[in-house]
Design a protein around this ligand. Structure first.
Ligand SMILES: Cc1ncc(COP(=O)(O)O)c(C=O)c1O
Length: 479
């Protein structure tokens, strides 16, 4: 009978740059042997391989550099990290080693920015692009930090009234740079025609002419656009980029200080071992298109900013489980039950059908079988049974009496904790997993560091109100 390794070698070019197996037929992830980590910390376990973050930042910068050189593009490229993809300090610490810039999306990002500044990880010249629909607290933080000398903090206007707050409250900054997020049209299969995020094309001139231009200290520096479905080689992406660039050129003619565009996030990451996205070709084409449109309009090319979230952090993450039970519920369906939950720990897999690279961690020398993976909650939707490249899911056929089977989901480093409500109350009170950081010391030795233990019952008891007395109810005054 064919072994799991034979199946993989028949299906993919294996080993890959990122995945291989060792002499014990166990998985290597970026040359990190996973079994010793599991033996040391147990499962369920999330790991973050920190060097991947730097690798991706370097790659993106290199590819933009290549494209800029190839087309003799006269603008610059600036890498910002979109904090909402993973707010964890270890992610920001690693990313900021590379002197990158940041993008925020909520009032609650701002204490993080301040803490990073206090620690000397960013300076007052670091670009902080503040996106999102802003509630009063967010507006106040932005104004306060602008007054405090964060010279490259750029509020990105999401609606027509946002600027009024800055006009009224930012009184100490000599110069305030403003961005406008332009609402893109959604993909044709989306339930809405135009995104609710940002300001519609028609209103951009008006807000500039009426509210920004008359105020000497305020300058429109940047136009921003973000395509929700990501940077993809589709007619839709190119037509939105083209429309956006024509608007940039039109605005540049009435607003000479406008000199930048932010093309958002959406750089894809690998969701299958077979992955044919040509990053360099895509970046080349973006640069070429931007330049072509600017030349056609006799306008200097803009400096380009990106806010890559998933691309920065996604591929650094892995989520490891043990198969704790094998269930056969009829003649055809085999369930491998895991010691965690898809709904709570990998919520994108449940909410939007996101696929990840899924591989067994050990037993690659055993024969394989088709399985469904079942999570621990009582919800029948807590399962995973297809891959990005295949309708079937295969894992080693192991004997529960003799072997333990561990499996891994890879590239899970973005969004899963914030969507799952890390450390909170989750379905069936499934706890947040243990989390281990994997890195390298100065001599190149692998290191591990326990970032967080598995969530305990006590933390849930507190959140649920079992550890505090309820306050006396107050009579509600009705006029
Ligand atoms: C405005 C903005 N920028 C950047 C991002 C990051 O996107 P990604 O994680 O796909 O790079 C998002 C994600 O929703 C976003 O809304």
């Amino acid at each position: 009978m064919k072994r799991y390794i034979d199946l993989i070698q028949q299906t993919f070019e294996f080993p890959t740059r990122e995945f291989g197996i060792d002499e014990n037929n166990s998985l290597l992830f970026n040359n990190v042997p996973l079994m010793p980590i599991i033996e040391k910390y147990g499962t369920p376990l999330k790991i973050t391989y920190l060097p991947k973050i730097t690798e991706h930042i370097e790659n993106a910068r290199m590819m933009f550099r290549n494209a800029i050189k190839k087309y003799n593009y006269k603008g610059t490229y600036t890498y910002c990290y979109c904090t909402k993809s993973s707010h964890f300090k270890f992610v920001l610490d690693e990313a900021l080693k590379n002197g990158i810039h940041l993008e925020t999306s909520s009032a609650f990002d701002m204490p993080i920015i301040k803490a990073l500044h206090e620690e000397g990880k960013i300076s007052k010249s670091t670009y902080i692009i503040c996106n999102g629909h802003k509630r009063p607290q967010y507006l106040e933080y932005i104004s306060e930090m602008l007054n405090d000398g964060f010279e490259n903090l750029i509020p990105c206007l999401d609606n027509l009234d946002e600027i009024d707050h800055y006009l009224e409250h930012v009184d100490k900054a000599e110069q305030v740079q403003i961005a406008i997020r332009i609402a893109t049209d959604e993909e044709p299969n989306f339930p809405f025609y135009t995104s609710r995020l940002g300001i519609r094309y028609k209103d951009v001139d008006e807000i500039y002419l009426e509210k920004i231009k008359p105020n000497k200290r305020f300058k429109l520096k940047m136009l921003h656009f973000f395509i929700n479905s990501g940077i993809k080689d589709t007619a839709y992406y190119w037509s939105e980029l083209t429309r956006f660039m024509f608007k940039y050129c039109e605005m540049k003619k009435i607003c000479p200080e406008l000199d930048s565009i932010d093309i958002g996030g959406g750089m894809p990451i690998q969701t299958s071992v077979v992955f044919n996205y040509d990053y360099q070709a895509m970046i080349d084409e973006i640069i070429e298109n931007i330049q072509w449109i600017c030349n056609k309009n006799n306008v200097p090319v803009p400096n380009i900013y990106t806010e890559f979230g998933s691309y920065t952090v996604g591929e650094s993450g892995a989520t490891l489980y043990k198969v704790i039970d094998i269930k056969q519920q009829n003649d055809r369906e085999f369930w491998y039950m895991i010691d965690g939950s898809f709904i709570t720990q990998l919520p994108d897999s449940w909410g939007i059908g996101q696929k990840y690279i899924m591989l067994p961690v050990n037993n690659w020398g055993l024969p394989y079988t088709k399985v469904n993976l079942g999570g621990l909650t009582c919800d029948s939707a807590d399962y995973y049974n297809t891959e990005a490249h295949s309708e079937d899911l295969y894992l080693p056929m192991f004997d529960e009496e003799i072997d333990d089977q561990y499996i891994g989901f890879f590239h899970t480093g973005a969004y899963q904790e914030s969507l799952g409500g890390y450390g909170g109350i989750q379905h069936c009170l499934i706890p947040a997993t243990k989390h281990v950081l994997v890195g390298q010391d100065e001599e190149g030795n692998l290191t591990t560091e326990l970032f967080a233990e598995e969530q305990d019952a006590e933390s849930m008891m507190k959140i649920l109100g079992y550890r505090s007395k309820r306050k006396k109810a107050e009579k509600l005054k009705l006029d």
